[in-house]
Design a protein around this ligand. Structure first.
Ligand code: SF4
Length: 365
């Protein structure tokens, strides 16, 4: 298949791995940001092709994993109201909140519907004018334009029974937070290609400049990731720090301008809590004042709550690249995809689920 099989070619992968090994003379720690990239690395065993000392750690780029417990709790609370239809992407249903999850709420009689697009949520709102339809709008910059479009369309139509429970996160402020942390050990980043397809590359240039750190925008296939690793190793070994784009077949420097425009019209940047990590300044999106009538937190007067993660879940350290999933004492024992303690074991993009699914079933301890 064109544009797919050539990016999974084993001979090319082994040649790239050999060149990476040849050029690596020092130990380096690289982080891939996106959970989709983590899954490719685990699925194809790319980390095992790399030379000793070249370590890949896994970043906070799984939107389900970083959605705060408080948002899940709020979604469950809304879903249990008789007037509400709670609409969500399917992978959010099993994410544990502090006491329950949306699947259990559904079993208790809540009306929870799964969709593939926020436009389907709008359709449900049109079809049920006597109910209040709430869409759980989570994700990175990739899903924000479609969610913004749903709010914009609802306003155009004058829909009064549709709102968004928003938990949007932004990648560059999260990388900035990681780099500014005294505990940081990451020396170079593979930036998420799909986010850059929307947002372009300019924000990453500022990170390269401010922290003197190499960043390569990378794709999601094995050859994409090995090429990105090679580009980073070349920079690190040469003592350089540049922004480069490996994923040129999708990412342009300016990104998708109409998508950025609708995001800017509907959302504004706000501080955002990341599950397990805490609040990161300017790392989220909230609905602008003009769209307050579509903001579920205002429509339902939801109050700020704060709840703690399960004590034994070390997802915060996993999401910051400080620990591997197999370092967690609960991994594969008390925490499995069937019975997850933390979000990284639930989501199809979570690092713990990736380790569990692809051969790393044995806990380290
Ligand atoms: S294995 Fe489970 S408990 Fe451990 S960090 Fe991952 S999600 Fe949390």
């Amino acid at each position: 298949m064109k544009y797919l099989s050539e990016y999974r070619d084993e001979r090319i992968a082994r040649a790239l791995a050999a060149e990476i090994a040849e050029r690596t003379t020092s130990p380096w720690v690289l982080m891939e940001i996106c959970g989709g990239q983590t899954h490719t690395i685990m699925r194809y065993g790319l980390d095992e092709l790399l030379p000793p000392g070249l370590e890949l750690v896994h970043g906070p780029g799984c939107p389900v994993c970083v959605t705060p417990l408080e948002t899940i709790d709020a979604a469950i609370e809304l879903a249990l109201r008789p007037e509400v239809i709670l609409v969500s992407y399917g992978d959010m249903l099993r994410v544990p909140g502090s006491r329950s999850d949306l699947f259990r709420a559904k079993a208790q009689g809540a009306e929870v519907r799964v969709v593939y697009s926020p436009m389907e949520a709008l359709k449900i709102a049109r079809e049920h004018p006597s109910r209040k339809v709430v869409f759980l709008a989570i994700g990175f910059e990739t899903t924000a334009p479609a969610n913004a479009m749903a709010a914009w369309q609802a306003k155009q139509e004058g829909l009064t029974n549709f709102s968004l429970l928003v938990s949007h996160v932004l990648v560059p402020p999260a990388i900035r937070g990681l780099l500014a942390s005294p505990a940081n050990r990451v020396q170079a980043f593979i930036a998420p290609g799909h986010v850059c397809t929307i947002m372009g590359c300019a924000e990453y240039e500022a990170l390269v400049r401010d922290f003197n750190v190499p960043i390569v925008v990378g794709g999601f296939e094995p050859i994409d990731l090995l090429q990105a690793v090679l580009m980073l190793v070349k920079q690190l070994e040469a003592g350089e720090a540049k922004l480069e784009n490996q994923y040129v077949r999708s990412v342009s420097y300016q990104g998708n301008l109409p998508a950025q425009q609708i995001m800017a019209e509907v959302f504004e940047v706000a501080d955002q809590k990341w599950r397990g990590i805490g609040s990161i300044p300017g790392s989220g999106l909230r609905l602008r004042e003009e769209f307050a009538a579509y903001d579920a937190t205002r429509v339902f007067s939801l109050t700020d709550i704060s709840v703690d993660e399960p004590a034994e879940c070390i997802s915060a350290q996993v999401l910051q690249g400080l620990k591997k999933p197999t370092d967690c004492p609960a991994f594969g024992m008390r925490c499995t995809p069937e019975n997850p303690l933390g979000a990284p074991m639930v989501s199809s993009e979570g690092a713990c689920a990736a380790y569990y699914r692809y051969r790393r079933h044995a806990a380290a301890s």
